[in-house]
Write a protein that binds this ligand. Structure first.
Ligand code: HEM
Length: 482
């Protein structure tokens, strides 16, 4: 095939193959010091960037594909540059100096190309990799089924059903799978709750109570999914050293102060916090700080929700109470209140399920990051990586995650705890609703169109019989001294 016959999509497909194959090997070789860090940008330039078409020549979906790929590659460029000399962390953007996309007079700097490509997707994507590009667009499509009925679907932008990773490690694949499956479940939860939040359903009406009850079941499924992941033996889940020393170290800054990808940018989790309410005065400021890491539609939804009452606030307002008043009511009065306004009981159960899910997430963050990092500090190993293992990538500390969990546990309807669980349950879920919760097939989360085993996409299920290769973690002390 001569150059004139090669289409822009052919270039994207070739880049995909390069990322799946050569880039993962190159990343491993550099981490194992079998190859030099500067080989990464050199090969990227020669094998990929110089062949790329102008972003304007790409349909939006192809632009999304290429953005995923260049996001992964850009992270490699930035990481290897910073690890080569720790002083490079001060001016991370210099990693991209000299990298250009396209050839001849049409060639543009990598950063400019990435920004034009992001614009071409039409999604309001920012100038670096993101949760959307790395997780949602990358991993295979996932569906959430409720007794055979599809409640939510998160598509992919690729046809191959694969997960693109930094090093080809199945750990990374499973982690991306877990994040995407969780996001899909969360989307199903938010889809249940949104008509209540926007006022299209009356909170105390049966359809609303059913939706809240269904959201509780979905939240429990989310918690179980994450708990199952936490309980896996290291070889079958995510190796702690791989998470800390390999995976997280790709979440470096591309420019000083930018927002690297993180689970903390999972938009459905943020949306749920606002729908169910989160009593933290600085939460809106936190959201605005991380807005550059989100897509335009996500920023718009969050902005709209910031201007709305949360569901508990709306339910209390219907009951004619201010949030501080409900705390002071004696139990018999609270009971009368929920008889008149059963949504309060239903929301109480919802907020508890939300807090339980947050508790399991906190456990994951401690198991895979904060606890082992504490052990390292005690052993005098410090925190030598280019991405600190003392905090999350967007800067959330363990204390902050604990605070978020505590706030979700001591929620605005916690005072209903004084009432018998059975009473709350019966009022929140009258018989017709309970009947609707009796499932034959249950809640199913599954990836579609993928050759990969569910287990290797972070879902419960038996590990595949075939042993899979696991690229070795880098030697201890990944970061090289300046
Ligand atoms: C092994 C699994 C996981 C680990 C080790 C982990 C770890 C962390 C860490 C360290 C942070 C702080 C991040 C930062 O500062 O940017 C964080 C935050 C967050 N993660 Fe995860 N995470 C895991 C799984 C998930 C999953 C499956 C989701 C859902 C899609 C998720 C959603 C979030 C959210 C929403 C936050 C913001 C804090 C909060 O709202 O509580 N994480 N996680």
């Amino acid at each position: 095939m001569n150059d004139a016959q090669i289409t822009p999509q052919d270039r994207v497909d070739a880049t995909n193959r390069w990322c799946l194959d050569r880039m993962t090997t190159l990343n491993q070789d550099i981490l194992q010091r079998r190859s030099r860090p500067e080989n990464f940008p050199a090969e990227l330039q020669d094998a990929v960037l110089r062949h790329l078409p102008a972003p304007a020549a790409l349909p939006p979906r192809s632009a999304q594909q290429l953005l995923v790929l260049l996001g992964l590659a850009g992270a490699g460029v930035a990481r290897h540059y910073q690890e080569a000399n720790l002083s490079h962390r001060l001016q991370p953007d210099r990693a991209f100096a000299g990298l250009t996309a396209g050839t001849g007079p049409a060639a543009v700097a990598f950063g400019q190309y990435f920004t034009e490509l992001a614009d071409r997707t039409g999604t309001g994507h920012g100038p670096r990799d993101s949760f959307a590009s790395l997780v949602r667009w990358n991993a295979p499509a996932v569906e959430v089924e409720w007794d055979g009925q599809i409640l939510a679907r998160l598509p992919t932008v690729f046809e191959d059903g694969l997960v693109r990773t930094y090093t080809g490690a199945v750990d990374e694949q499973r982690f991306f799978g877990l994040l995407k499956a969780s996001e899909a479940l969360e989307r199903a939860i938010n889809t249940e709750l949104m008509p209540l939040s926007d006022g299209s359903l009356g909170l105390d009406d049966e359809p609303a109570l059913f939706r809240i009850a269904r959201a509780v079941v979905l939240l429990d499924t989310l918690r179980e999914l994450n708990h199952d992941f936490a309980d896996r033996p290291p070889d079958d889940g995510l190796q702690i050293t791989h998470f800390m020393d390999v995976f997280r170290q790709y979440a470096v800054h591309w420019t000083a102060g930018d927002i690297p990808p993180s689970g903390a940018l999972d938009p459905e989790a943020l949306i749920r916090d606002l729908i169910v309410g989160i009593d933290l005065p600085d939460y809106p400021a936190h959201l605005h700080r991380i807005f550059p890491g989100l897509l335009q539609a996500e920023r718009s939804t969050l902005t709209e929700l910031l201007g709305r009452s949360s569901l508990p606030q709306a339910a209390l307002a219907r009951a004619g109470l201010r949030p501080d008043e409900v705390v002071t009511r004696p139990a018999p009065e609270l009971k009368q209140l929920i008889v008149r306004h059963p949504s309060l009981a239903a929301l109480y159960l919802l907020l508890n399920a939300h807090a339980r899910a947050a508790g399991v997430h906190l456990l994951l963050s401690k198991r895979f990051l904060f606890d082992p990092q504490r052990d390292r500090e005690r052993a005098g190993m410090g925190d030598p990586g280019v991405v600190s293992n003392r905090t999350g990538t967007t800067g959330l500390t363990e204390t902050r995650l604990e605070l978020l969990t505590r706030v979700r546990q001591h929620h605005s309807l916690s005072c209903l705890r004084v009432l018998p669980a059975r009473t709350l349950e019966q009022l929140a879920r009258p018989p017709a609703i309970r009947a609707g919760l009796t499932l034959t097939k249950g809640v199913l989360v599954r990836f579609t169109g993928s050759p990969l085993a569910a287990h290797d996409l972070g879902l419960p299920g038996s590990p595949p019989a075939r042993p899979h290769s696991h690229p070795a973690a880098p030697r201890p002390g990944v970061a090289r001294p300046a």
